[in-house]
Design a protein around this ligand. Structure first.
Ligand SMILES: NC(=O)C1=CN([C@@H]2O[C@H](COP(=O)(O)OP(=O)(O)OC[C@H]3O[C@@H](n4cnc5c(N)ncnc54)[C@H](OP(=O)(O)O)[C@@H]3O)[C@@H](O)[C@H]2O)C=CC1
Ligand SMILES: O=C(O)C1=N[C@H](C(=O)O)C[C@H](O)C1
Length: 269
């Protein structure tokens, strides 16, 4: 069988460039399209030269329909509005849609669920192996420790990040809540500022740091009287997310319509 043809959405972005490099070097997939926002200076340029390297024979377009029609998968690290629009197009083309975009609203998730009735969608707030392992550990530790252990998720990212808490922090918070047999919606405490009052037992808090070029750091802190357990993941290279996304696009090739996540792709159950 031919190598699956992959379109990268958000080509000029931090993750987009990482993915174009990875797919260009891959012997398991072909780059068949690069999509960027209509006002991007990259539109009409060869994606390889736009990245400052050799031409790759793929011209960056602002028309996703034209390239998705000939693709088996779209890898999408863009913005919530772009992701919702792409989900409709990948559903029509019956192509695998790998979504790394974070900051999606409840409404956005409903659109994505509707699109997944027609094609496979693999979505995760973090595509790395390490974080997806940490999700399982967080669920286990939360289940093992009683509600007298307070849980907070602290994350740090680069100065350009626009959403908080990060998608990863929310995945970890959801896992902690699941470990306690609850939903995060029931346990999540609003961001703290001013006279917040004392901590509510069993609640899960979030704190975000933004600065410099931090790729992504996450701590899940379990704090009790006299001791703390801290589960930590440090990302030092965005390639870990790109590799996970490409793996997801290949894994999805023989899957039916539906919503999947990285624990499905990685077989973490
Ligand atoms: N799940 C995971 O493992 C990871 C998720 N992410 C998430 O991925 C997303 C992107 O991150 P990052 O690459 O750092 O961000 P960037 O801002 O660097 O890249 C996003 C790209 O998408 C482009 N874009 C915006 N709208 C459209 C559109 N309508 N059509 C096509 N392209 C569009 C942007 O263009 P322009 O610059 O002109 O706006 C930009 O090039 C974020 O939500 C981030 O949180 C990031 C890393 C890992
Ligand atoms: O915006 C980023 O950079 C990242 N976003 C994801 C998130 O919101 O958790 C994943 C990773 O931490 C990098």
């Amino acid at each position: 069988m031919d190598k699956p043809g992959i379109v990268v959405a958000g080509a000029s972005g931090r993750m987009g460039q990482m993915l174009i490099q990875l797919i260009g070097d891959s012997d398991q997939a072909r780059l068949v399209g690069a999509v960027d926002r209509p006002d991007s200076p990259w539109i009409g340029q060869d994606v390889g030269t736009a990245m400052g390297g050799a031409a790759m024979g793929i011209v960056v377009t602002d028309d996703p329909i034209e390239v998705i029609a000939g693709a088996q998968a779209v890898i999408d690290f863009t913005s919530p509005a772009a992701t919702v629009a792409l989900a409709e197009l990948t559903a029509q083309a019956r192509a695998v849609h790998v979504i790394g975009t974070t900051g999606l609203s409840e409404g956005d998730l409903k659109h994505i669920a509707a699109a997944a009735r027609h094609a496979p969608i693999i979505r995760a707030g973090n595509m790395s192996l390490g974080v997806n392992l940490l999700v399982g550990l967080t669920r286990k530790v939360a289940a093992a420790l009683g509600e007298d252990w307070d849980i907070d998720v602290v994350e740090a990212h680069h100065r350009h990040k626009v959403d908080a808490p990060s998608g990863t922090a929310l995945m970890l918070g959801e896992a902690a809540a699941e470990g306690r047999g609850k939903s995060l919606d029931d346990l999540r405490t609003p961001a703290r500022e001013g006279i917040t009052g004392a901590r509510e037992e069993g609640s899960i808090g979030f704190a975000a740091i933004r600065g410099g070029d931090v790729v992504g750091e996450h701590d899940v802190i379990f704090a009790a009287d006299g001791e703390r357990v801290v589960l930590r993941h440090l990302a030092t290279d965005r390639a870990i997310f790109a590799r996970g996304a490409l793996r997801a696009a290949l894994w999805g090739q023989d899957k039916g319509p539906g919503e999947y996540d990285m624990s499905d792709v990685l077989g973490l159950g």
